[in-house]
Write a protein that binds this ligand. Sequence first.
Ligand SMILES: C[S@@+](CC[C@H](N)C(=O)[O-])C[C@H]1O[C@@H](n2cnc3c(N)ncnc32)[C@H](O)[C@@H]1O
Ligand code: SF4
Length: 435
Amino acid sequence: MTSRLHHFLSASAYQQYVYGYPHKTAYRAFETPKPLHEVWAPEQSGARFLYVHIPFCEMRCGFCNLFTTVNPVETVVERFLTQLEVEARETASAIGGSTYTRAAIGGGTPTYLTAKQLERVVVMMRQTMGLKAAPLSVELSPATVTAEKLEVLGDATRLSLGVQSFVEAEVAAVKRPQSNVEVMRTLDLIRAKSKAHLNVDLIYGMEGQTEASFIGSLETALRWRPEELYLYPLYVRPLTFLGKRATSWDDHRLSLYRAGRDWLNGHGYQQRSMRVFQRRDVVELQLPEYHAEDDGMVGLGVGARSYTKAVHYAHDWAVEPRAVRGIIDDYLARPAASFRSAHSGFELNVEEQQRRWVVLTLFGDGVSEVAFSQRFGVAWPEALPWLSSLVEEGLATLNDGWLRLTPRGLELSDTLGPWLFSEAVEARMCAWEAK
Ligand SMILES: C[S@@+](CC[C@H](N)C(=O)[O-])C[C@H]1O[C@@H](n2cnc3c(N)ncnc32)[C@H](O)[C@@H]1O
Ligand code: SF4
């Protein structure tokens, strides 16, 4: 395993953003559809995550590979909302009563919807799915936010705004038409109308971006004192880097990452993972228990994924605009009964569940020996002995029963993530045909 680790370390520090496992390109059609009541039967019903995916945006940013389509005709949006309600009814009746302790509306851009349409989504989550007083996170893009929509989202506890950069030339270079006046108006509006915690997404590694301009964007963002900042390394090569040595763009991103990390650290923010920075003086909300590595997620809407411990499933998925529209059309045409089963996904054996556990803990607080043993009835050094090579390489420390990444390990999260994949998952991902 150590030589495998060396193989990964010798390549780019930016191989893949791994925030879940296995990746959806490892999903395949099940031989026979799996009835949801069977899939969910072994799961606890008391701490689930409800996720709703809205696959629409008002623009298609040059860097984005999320499942979304741009400015669909209005009838598609209305038909999508109607079908989403059908999916919710069928899902709720198939999996039985659930208590949700987390919820999110993501995309795409949920605020692409009108206030009335957004209200339909919230009502569906509350009335059909039975969502009660759980923390609710919603994604927004600057030009789509209005006071009326913020009112509909009055129960949201976290609003996440994509900004990417406060330098207009930088966002223009990644083909995201966006004006600073609009972004600032939206930030003012959010702060005036909502009590939710604010997250701001920024990207580093864009064409023309320098350490000074990146810090300038951070400084500007801090005028609104966001409770949280997500700093994303850019994952689509800017044109100016074409033809240069592959490492030069890596070096650029790494130096911006370090500059941003150190600057935020000196300005009241604590790093929680490679991408997440939290304002230190924020009083943590008293949240009901939810453990992403153990508790299930019910995903609704084409583009959403759902997880139980042993079965992950999703609708089909694509990036290419025509393929995305085709998948949305298929979703709109599905008979209600088809939502009672999972059709495509991945079944996790115990080793895959252990790898997933590590993916979900290592890049945040760390891998707890006690928690791992309690969950799997075996110590991680016995189940996954190759993980200790992280310590030998100086990428993690092992203290008081916790395996934690060092600063070097943390900045290599996007290298270590893919290293954690099993051969079976890797093979499926390689065989997946991009569309
Ligand atoms: C769902 S969007 C956020 C909300 C909204 N759609 C918007 O763009 O304002 C998710 C975030 O992922 C990040 N992201 C997506 N694709 C990326 C890429 N290729 N490289 C870096 N960051 C990316 C962006 O920061 C983006 O704000
Ligand atoms: S970054 Fe946001 S607005 Fe842009 S295409 Fe992706 S989801 Fe849509």
